[in-house]
Design a protein around this ligand. Structure first.
Ligand SMILES: NC(=O)c1ccc[n+]([C@@H]2O[C@H](COP(=O)([O-])OP(=O)(O)OC[C@H]3O[C@@H](n4cnc5c(N)ncnc54)[C@H](O)[C@@H]3O)[C@@H](O)[C@H]2O)c1
Length: 337
């Protein structure tokens, strides 16, 4: 106890010496009361500190109107305009579209043209994506405005055109879900230059481009939600998934850092990291990396439904998550513990 006290006294002495060397208001140990800290903050503001850094306290941002609402009211997305890249995907893409539209949002289902997806050699599902078909089905099911938009959401020019079209046709842009991914799996040592570039562009650079372009809409309006789909593979190393996992970890770090940078502008950037998702109508691969990956690792001893992951995406898009930014939510069912 005596040693701890000595330590505290020592740190106080250093603080006082440093403070008095740099501040107009001198301090002694006895003067370090609450009043002292308030005066110190005032001194900082008077010197223009708040304006200089842009991080000063803003009471008007506190969502006082949320206090008397229920959580289900806060989850309501009626009137919000959402863009889901890779939204026609049979797994998480469609699950996000349905969860967001189910809470009342108007949604743009963004995906590749079917012929482009088929020619990419990267198509994950037996049938090519059908952005218009998925949109029509969701619109009928949930009664909101759900539109199909075709294009490449992982290239700068492609996503630029896509966001403009979404904004025009939906009449606004509040929520971006960066779900689309292209990647390269296999032995790192034998990957070609093109395979490496494909993983860097398709898993990391693409969602970063989409985020950067989304800010052109969200920053001027002072609001927006960006949700990046990362992966448990970014936390747990696995042979064959080195490029995928490393790029997803990069996207997680980007999410956390940007969340801090643009939070003060009213834009919240968060992410979810699914483990291994598979739905009942989708045949799980039995061999290879994606089939073996979850088996030895989950705590819940099963695949997750994409809809379970999309629950968190919808939550992060809503006012129920108003104090969250720069957060990565682990949705892996215990895979990364
Ligand atoms: N499947 C899993 O178990 C799993 C696990 C962890 C993370 N994830 C991540 O979840 C996200 C969704 O994966 P999923 O397996 O559910 O796929 P999904 O069913 O959502 O399908 C992805 C869709 O993205 C589309 N797409 C691909 N490239 C595109 C491009 N350039 N432009 C527009 N659309 C494009 C595809 O056509 C497809 O329709 C991805 O980011 C993935 O890395 C998936």
């Amino acid at each position: 106890m005596n040693e701890i006290q000595t330590c505290i006294d020592f740190l106080k002495a250093i603080f006082i010496a440093l403070h008095n060397a740099t501040h107009a208001m001198p301090v002694t140990e006895g003067s370090m009361t609450e009043d002292f800290y308030l005066k110190l903050l005032q001194e900082y503001v008077d010197q223009g500190g708040g304006e200089r850094t842009g991080i000063w306290w803003d009471e008007s941002r506190i969502p006082l109107s949320s206090i008397d609402k229920s959580v289900s009211q806060l989850l309501d997305l009626t009137g919000k305009k959402a863009v889901v890249t890779g939204g026609a995907g049979a797994n998480l893409g469609q699950a996000c579209v349905n969860r967001l539209a189910g809470l009342g949002a108007d949604v743009a289902v963004v995906d590749l043209k079917p012929a482009v997806a088929a020619a990419s050699g990267q198509q994950r599902w037996a049938t090519p994506p059908d952005a218009h078909g998925v949109a029509a089905k969701a619109a009928k099911r949930w009664g909101t405005n759900v539109i199909g938009v075709e294009g490449n959401a992982l290239e700068w020019d492609g996503i630029d055109a896509i966001l403009r079209e979404c904004n025009d046709r939906l009449g606004g842009f509040d929520i971006l879900v960066n779900n689309a991914t292209m990647t390269s799996v296999g032995d790192f040592a034998s990957m070609s230059h093109d395979q490496l570039d494909n993983a860097i562009r398709g898993t990391l650079a693409g969602p970063i481009y989409a985020t950067r372009l989304a800010l052109e809409y969200m920053l001027p309006q002072g609001s927006g939600r960006i949700i990046n789909i990362c992966s448990a593979a970014g936390e747990t190393a696995m042979p064959g998934l080195t490029m995928y996992g490393a790029m997803k970890q990069g996207l997680s770090t980007f999410t956390r850092f940007l969340g801090k940078e643009v939070g003060r502008a009213g834009v919240h950037v968060n992410g979810v990291a699914p483990g291994s998702m598979w739905g009942p109508d989708r045949t799980p691969p039995v061999d290879g990396i994606s089939g073996l990956y979850p088996r030895s690792r989950t705590a819940i001893q099963r695949y997750e439904l994409p809809e379970e992951v999309a629950n968190m995406v919808a939550f992060l898009a809503s006012d129920a998550a108003s104090a969250m930014t720069g957060v990565m939510v682990d949705m892996s069912g215990g895979q990364t513990i």
